[in-house]
Design a protein around this ligand. Structure first.
Ligand code: SME
Length: 162
């Protein structure tokens, strides 16, 4: 059984250092991309305050397709030209959106979502998908979250079988 110790709330960098260490322990020795995505979404869901969705979309060579997640049921397929997820995937750059109402083309899967962060998952130059976290709080994610989420995604990418 995996026991997640409670995380430091003293600072975001410290919080993410501890969360990344937990993720490494959780995924150690397992290479299955679905299993590890499911466990990482569950870990993030338990650990991150003020979020209402956390999960994966995988790129099938054509569009983004819903993967393991926690939160309300979400839209299944996202065109790369649409939404915050599409922007992260097509630009291959993390998107931090302080107010989703001000983001043209934002796809509202849960009306409660007010801010969002999406990290592209790229391995060996190939787009694997995106990691998406939504919050009901405007401005929930900042640069510390960007760095922390990217580090978390790297743990996931490193865990995958080659
Ligand atoms: N809001 C996202 C869609 C996915 S849901 O938030 C789970 C977007 O605009 O791409």
């Amino acid at each position: 059984m995996f026991q997640a110790a409670s995380l430091s709330t003293a600072s975001k960098p410290q919080f993410y250092r501890e969360l990344v260490a937990q993720a490494q322990a959780l995924l150690a020795g397992e290479h299955d991309r679905i299993a590890n995505a499911a466990n990482l979404a569950a870990l993030a869901w338990q650990a991150l305050p003020d979020i209402n969705w956390a999960g994966f979309y995988f790129y099938d060579g054509h569009e983004l397709v819903l993967g393991p997640f926690q939160g309300k049921p979400a839209c299944v397929r996202i065109d790369l030209a649409r939404g915050v997820c599409g922007a992260a995937a097509s630009q291959r750059q993390t998107q931090v959106v302080p107010d989703v109402h001000a983001f043209p083309g934002h796809i509202a899967c849960d009306a409660a979502s007010r801010s969002e962060i999406v990290v592209p998952l790229v391995r060996d130059g190939q787009l694997l998908g995106v990691w998406d976290v939504d919050s009901p709080v405007v401005g929930r994610f900042d640069d510390a979250d960007r760095h922390g989420m990217q580090a978390l995604c790297q743990v996931y990418l490193d865990s995958l079988a080659r």
